[in-house]
Design a protein around this ligand. Structure first.
Ligand code: GAL
Length: 410
C-alpha cells in the first residue's frame, strides 16, 4: 500500500515554532495535457495551502486507460487517497463494495446540496442517501472548435453550423488542410459520434435512446441522418493521424486542421497557446445546431484508508476543491464550468460565456454515463469506434447494429 507519511513540519508563527500535522495524499487523475496540468496545479496549490501535501498521481492515456488502473489499485488493496472519475456510474461498484469513503458529514456541514448545480451532479455522487464524491466541474462535449486561420487560408467563411462545416471540407482539403482533426484513441470517436447524435437528432431523441433505450427511435430516419453525418466525419478525419485529443486540438491551433469535435477541455489548450476565443478560434456549442450542453465532467472519490489523519485530510481536500476561490482558479484553467453559481467569473472568455448561458437557460442533458449502465455503454461505444475505423462498415449496417444494442441495453 502506498505509504502516507504524516510528517511533522515546523513553522514559525508569532515567533514561536509551531508543529503542524501535514498529511500527504496521493491523488490520481488523467489530466496530462498542457491545459489540464495547468488546471490540476490549481488544486495542488489550494490543497498544499491547507498545510497538507498533494502527491500528484497523473496517469497518461486518457480516462479509458486510467480508470482500469484506478479501479484495480482500489480493489487490489493498494488505494490512492483520492481519484478522479467522471460524473455518473463509473465508480458505482466500488461504492457498493464499501471501498469508497462516505462524505455525507462534510457535504451536510458545508451545504453541498444548496451549493452544487445542477442537482444531478450531486445526485450522481449519492447512493442510498449518502454522498461519495465531490463534483468539481461541468464539462460538455458538445463543441466544434474551428481554426479561423484554416478557413481564411481556404478562402471560405468560418462555418456557423455542422452543415456549413461539412460543406467546407473540399475547400479545406484543396488548401492542404485536414478538415476534421481527430485523435485515434477510441473514446474520441465515441465522443464525436455522441455529439453528432445530440446535435443532429436533438436532445430529446438522445435522452429517449440512451435513457429509455427507445430502439424504435434508434431505427428512425432522424438517426439515419446521424449515421450519414458520422460517415462524412469519418472521411473528413481520414488523414488525422494523431493519437491524443490534445494533439488533434493542436492541429486546429496551428491551422493545419479546420476543426475538431471535442469537449470544452480543449479550451485549456487554446489558452496555453495564447489564442483568443472569437479572434483566433471559434467555438460552436451543439455544433451550431442544437445548443445544449451535457453536464458531464469530473468528480473526486476518496478510497477508504484506515488512518484517521488521512480521512481528515481527505475531507479537507474535498472541501477545498469546492471552495469558491478554487472553483474559479481551477475551472478557468480547465475550460470547464464551475459546479457552483455563487462565484465571480469575470475572466471567462466568449466560449465559456456561451456555455454558462446555455447552462443558465437549463438547456442541459445528462451524460451517457449518467443514463446507461457502463456495460451497455461500452458495447455501444465499441460500435462507434468500429464504424469510424472500418470504412467498409456502411452507415446502414452500423445503425442496424446500434438498434440491436439499444434493444438489449439497460
Ligand atoms: C474527460 C474529463 C475531462 C478531460 C478529458 C480529456 O473524461 O472529464 O476533464 O480532461 O477527459 O482528458
Amino acid at each position: 500500500m502506498k505509504l502516507f507519511k504524516t510528517i511533522l513540519t515546523a513553522s514559525t508563527f508569532l515567533g514561536a515554532a509551531a508543529a503542524v500535522h501535514a498529511t500527504e495524499l496521493e491523488v490520481t487523475h488523467w489530466w496530462t495535457s498542457g491545459g489540464e496540468a495547468a488546471a490540476v496545479a490549481e488544486f495542488a496549490k489550494a490543497f498544499d495551502a491547507t498545510g497538507n501535501k498533494w502527491v500528484d498521481g497523473a496517469i497518461a492515456g486518457g480516462g479509458g486507460t486510467a480508470r482500469p488502473v484506478m479501479i484495480s489499485r482500489i480493489t487490489g488493496g493498494d488505494p490512492m487517497a483520492a481519484t478522479q472519475f467522471n460524473h455518473g456510474r463509473q465508480a458505482e461498484e466500488l461504492v457498493e463494495a464499501g471501498l469508497m469513503r462516505d462524505l455525507t458529514e462534510v457535504a451536510e456541514k458545508e451545504g453541498w446540496k444548496d451549493i452544487i448545480r445542477p442537482a444531478s451532479l450531486l445526485e450522481s455522487c449519492t447512493l442510498d442517501g449518502k454522498v461519495y464524491c465531490v463534483p468539481v466541474n461541468i464539462h460538455s462535449q458538445q463543441w466544434l472548435w474551428l481554426s479561423n486561420k484554416a478557413f481564411e487560408d481556404a478562402g471560405v467563411p468560418v462555418p456557423t453550423n455542422w452543415e456549413e462545416f461539412a460543406a467546407a471540407a473540399p475547400a479545406l482539403e484543396e488548401a492542404g488542410k485536414i478538415p476534421l482533426a481527430m485523435g485515434q484513441q477510441p473514446w474520441q470517436t465515441t465522443l464525436a459520434f455522441q455529439v453528432l447524435l445530440v446535435a443532429l437528432a436533438g436532445p430529446d431523441a438522445y435522452t429517449k435512446i440512451f435513457g429509455e433505450q427507445d430502439a424504435e427511435l434508434a431505427a428512425s430516419p432522424e438517426i439515419t441522418k446521424v449515421f450519414e453525418a458520422a460517415d462524412q466525419a469519418r472521411s473528413m478525419s481520414a488523414d488525422s493521424d494523431v493519437q491524443d485529443w490534445n494533439q488533434a486540438t493542436n492541429l486546429v491551433i496551428t491551422g493545419e486542421a479546420g476543426g475538431q469535435i471535442m469537449g470544452d477541455w480543449a479550451q485549456g489548450e487554446f489558452q496555453v497557446a495564447g489564442q483568443v476565443a472569437g479572434e483566433d478560434y471559434t467555438c460552436l456549442p451543439g455544433l451550431g445546431v442544437n445548443e445544449v450542453i451535457m453536464t458531464g465532467g469530473d468528480a473526486f472519490y476518496f478510497p477508504v484508508i484506515d488512518d484517521p489523519e488521512v480521512s481528515a485530510a481527505q475531507d479537507q481536500l474535498a472541501s477545498v476543491m469546492l471552495s469558491p476561490e478554487t472553483q474559479v482558479a481551477f475551472n478557468l484553467k480547465k475550460g470547464s464550468l464551475p459546479v457552483r453559481s455563487d462565484v465571480d467569473l469575470e475572466a471567462v472568455n466568449d466560449c465559456m460565456r456561451k456555455g454558462l448561458d446555455i447552462l443558465d437557460q437549463g438547456n442541459i442533458i445528462q451524460s451517457p454515463d449518467q443514463l446507461m449502465s457502463a456495460d451497455s455503454l461500452v458495447q455501444i461505444n465499441d460500435l462507434f469506434v468500429q464504424f469510424f475505423n472500418d470504412p467498409n462498415m456502411s452507415a446502414e449496417a452500423a445503425q442496424n447494429t446500434f438498434v440491436q444494442l439499444i434493444e438489449n441495453a439497460d
